[in-house]
Design a protein around this ligand. Structure first.
Ligand code: ADP
Ligand code: MG
Ligand code: ZN
Length: 498
């Protein structure tokens, strides 16, 4: 659609009120799939993680994964939902080649969690309450790869490949109630909600929530009504918006497109739409209704009836909301929003906090994780959390520096030793012989040598040009393999020249 077919955003807002609804699918990071013992793992060779159950072979029977149910309950509790004491799975019948059984096991009118809310933090420091209609369990489909078309989509493809590794992976779908009253902030609020949900799910440890890998997927529903009208307009559902930025872009685009349609006397078609990377959406299939799926209770599975004690026990495992703990941590550390944002983006807030809990100052802990270790992680292409060093070990290094046993330079070598698997910091320090030289007479000898080797510089210092001392300090540090205390060397150099 050309830009001419989009109304200016300001004009949309002047005339219409947007209503949104977010449907987020999240793949649970359980060891095994939802109804069979196949490994639940991303990126394996196609069709290596399959069995008769997840391939839908005749006679195979599903067995419910208890760990997936516990994750679903924890998600429901974290979203302030009521947990259903009893509920059945349902068969959602439809044919599609990524779905070997020709039905998906889902929950229909008896979801595990209902009636919750999430208080979403916005950029300006305020909070927006998004009401949660339900969170339900279901299984993922397989994955189709279409070859031969320019777009990678099925239209124009000459070959399609099916990989069933993902078939039967546990999913939780989280559906909001209609989000009303957001006005011009609708796109921002949509993005903030999905961001908050991602951070919450990550803090719960139930999913790796990678939108880029599809372990978290968002469909955004949008409709417009005339300002002040009570009845909702017709909605479109934009599918598989695959980044946080795209959530915002997709909502804004649909608002502008629908306003143009309505403004020219047309009607919005209820349909699913496909999101494109460049930010526009195109029409997909017209939306099927619940009747089309011929839902009925799944006869091969027992109802899910979590005991109240289990629910209460799981309630005890729900962590503080991550943005609230971040705010508290930020205050404790006394750092600016920007510094905090850098730490969040680097993914090191929890690591720094754990290092501080082991006795390090927040300043030193931040410096290690936020600079040196992030850099090491980038060099070796692993995430910082996966580096072969723990917060306890970083805290031990900080202590060695604070105690004057290591200079910063030596400390970096110790950390490198730990990363290389040479053992605990103290052991690396001893094995590598990395100890600060405290003996002034040793340093003095190196200074005398350096002054003799660079007489012109020695003269400059003697003549009062103290800045020139740097060259001598550098030479001494080199001669002592970085084991001298640079500040002490400088003192001694100046003393020697005065
Ligand atoms: P479906 O299965 O058809 O996708 P769901 O009930 O699962 O329907 O999800 C629809 C989502 O859209 C929900 O988040 C709901 O709150 C929201 N929604 C419903 N009606 C409207 C509307 N007119 N405009 C915008 N969003 C809507
Ligand atoms: Mg839906
Ligand atoms: Zn299987």
């Amino acid at each position: 659609m050309a830009d001419a077919d989009l109304l200016d955003y300001d004009d949309v807002i002047a005339t219409y009120d947007p209503v949104m609804g977010m449907e987020v699918h999240v793949e649970l990071s359980t060891e095994t799939k939802m109804f069979c013992g196949c490994a639940n793992r991303f990126g394996a060779e196609p069709n290596t993680l399959v069995c008769p159950v997840c391939l839908g072979l005749p006679g195979a029977l599903p067995v419910l994964n208890a760990a997936a149910v516990e994750s679903a309950i924890r998600i429901g509790l974290a979203l302030n939902c009521d947990i259903a004491p009893w509920g059945r799975f349902a068969r959602k019948n439809y044919f599609y080649p990524d779905q070997p059984k020709n039905y998906q096991i889902s929950q229909y009118d008896e979801p595990i969690a209902v009636d919750g809310y999430l208080d979403v933090p916005l950029e300006d420091g305020t909070t927006w309450r998004v009401e949660i209609e339900r969170a339900h369990m279901e299984e993922d489909t397989g994955k189709l790869t279409h070859l031969g078309s320019d777009t990678g989509r099925i239209a124009g493809a000459t070959t399609s490949l099916a990989d069933f590794n993902r078939a039967g992976v546990p999913l939780v779908e989280i559906v909001t109630r209609p989000i009303e009253g957001a006005g011009e902030r609708a796109p921002e609020i949509a993005r903030a909600y999905v961001t908050a949900l991602r951070d919450l799910l990550r803090a719960l440890g139930v999913s790796d929530v990678r939108m880029d890998q599809g372990s978290m997927r968002c469909d955004s529903n949008v409709s417009l009504k005339l300002k002040g009208a009570t009845e909702f307009g017709t909605r479109t559902e934009t599918k598989n918006v695959n980044s946080l930025k795209s959530v915002e872009v997709a909502v804004r685009y649909e608002m502008r497109r629908q306003a143009a349609v309505l403004g020219s006397g047309g009607t919005v078609t209820q349909e699913t739409r496909h999101f494109h990377e460049d930010g526009h959406t195109t029409g997909g299939r017209s939306k099927e209704t619940a009747q089309d799926y011929r839902y009925f209770p799944e006869p091969d599975l027992e109802p899910v009836a979590p005991p109240a004690e289990l629910v209460e026990q799981l309630r005890g495992t729900i962590p503080e909301l991550p943005w609230l703990s971040r705010r508290r941590i930020q205050e404790e550390w006394g750092i600016s929003d920007e510094v905090m944002r850098d730490l969040v983006n680097a993914g090191v807030v929890e690591l720094v906090a754990a290092t501080v809990a082991q006795g390090a100052s927040s300043e030193s802990a931040r410096a290690w994780w936020g600079n040196f270790l992030v850099q090491k992680a980038n060099e070796t292409e692993v995430s910082v959390a996966d580096l072969a060093i723990t917060p306890t070990q970083v805290a031990a290094v900080v202590k060695l520096v604070d105690d004057g046993k290591l200079s910063n330079k030596l400390a970096r070598q110790v950390v490198e030793g730990v990363l290389a698997g040479e053992g605990e910091p103290e052991q690396v320090m001893n094995d590598r012989g990395l100890v600060v030289v405290r003996d002034d007479s040793l340093i003095q000898a190196a200074i005398d040598e350096a002054l003799a080797a660079q007489p012109d510089i020695a003269d400059k210092i003697r003549g009062g040009k103290v800045q020139a001392a740097g060259a001598i300090v550098g030479a001494v540090m080199k001669a002592t393999k970085g084991q001298a205390d640079a500040a002490r060397v400088r003192e001694l150099v100046i003393a020697a020249c005065s």
